[in-house]
Ligand binder design. Structure first.
Ligand code: CA
Length: 227
């Protein structure tokens, strides 16, 4: 999943980046509202964390503008603990949830995961499609109840496909979820990772969990159900 962090406090921004990267997110960073608006508009994001007090353009204005430009991904705002008005204004501007500073990273992580899940139409942190179950909190994958060992990149691809199960996801979109800005992109990497995922999830080729739609992308086509 690709997340944008817009926060002007350097130490907090870098700490969030380190924690989010360790949690498996691809992270883009902006230090002020203008840079944040550019990235929020131009980058293929799944979710954004936006501080309200920002130089150049306030967090509230940033959220209003990205919503006005039709961006509908989840937005989590960072607010001061004693400013309830900020929370109300932030939600009114188009944010989906908030975390008050100072916060524990686990709270940010849980709220982000919930935003991503709801955007994909899932009610809980355990996603299930056919015999494949993926626990987004523990980052564990099982097939018919047996654990499957995945690399971090393989897990990210599978999580993205399962969150959006039933939809066609382009190779470009998957590539964007793996790499941060400026990274040398190679879409063949996605083909290789999908090939490895298929072999790990379905060694005898009986389930065929991931369809290839020529020229369009991939689709996780097993039926969704409650885990
Ligand atoms: Ca600030």
């Amino acid at each position: 999943m690709r997340v944008l962090v817009v926060e002007d406090e350097t130490a907090l921004r870098e700490a969030l980046k380190a924690e989010l990267a360790a949690a498996g997110y691809t992270v883009d960073l902006a230090a002020d509202g203008e840079e944040g608006l550019y990235m929020a508009t131009e980058y293929p994001l799944d979710v954004a964390i936006i501080d309200l007090g920002l130089p150049k353009l306030s967090g509230l204005e940033l959220i209003r503008r990205l919503r006005a430009r039709g961006k509908s991904y989840g937005v989590l705002i960072l607010t001061a603990r004693d400013r309830w008005q900020d929370k109300v204004e932030g939600l009114s501007a188009g944010a989906d949830d908030y975390v008050a500073k100072p916060f524990h990273f686990a709270e940010v992580q849980a709220r982000l995961a919930a935003l991503l899940r709801r955007a994909g139409g899932w009610a809980t942190s355990k996603l299930a499609c056919g015999p494949i179950e993926l626990d987004t909190r523990a980052q564990l994958v099982t097939v018919h109840g047996a654990p499957v060992e995945l690399t971090s990149f393989e897990y990210r691809i599978l999580e993205h496909l399962m969150l959006r199960a039933g939809e066609v996801i382009s190779k470009t979109e998957l590539t964007d979820r793996l790499y941060e800005q400026d990274y040398d992109r190679d879409s063949n990497v996605v083909e290789v990772l999908v090939g490895r995922l298929r072999r790990k999830l379905d060694p005898d080729d009986s389930l065929k969990p991931i369809e290839t739609l020529r020229g369009r992308g991939y689709r996780l086509s097993l039926p969704r159900h409650a885990a």
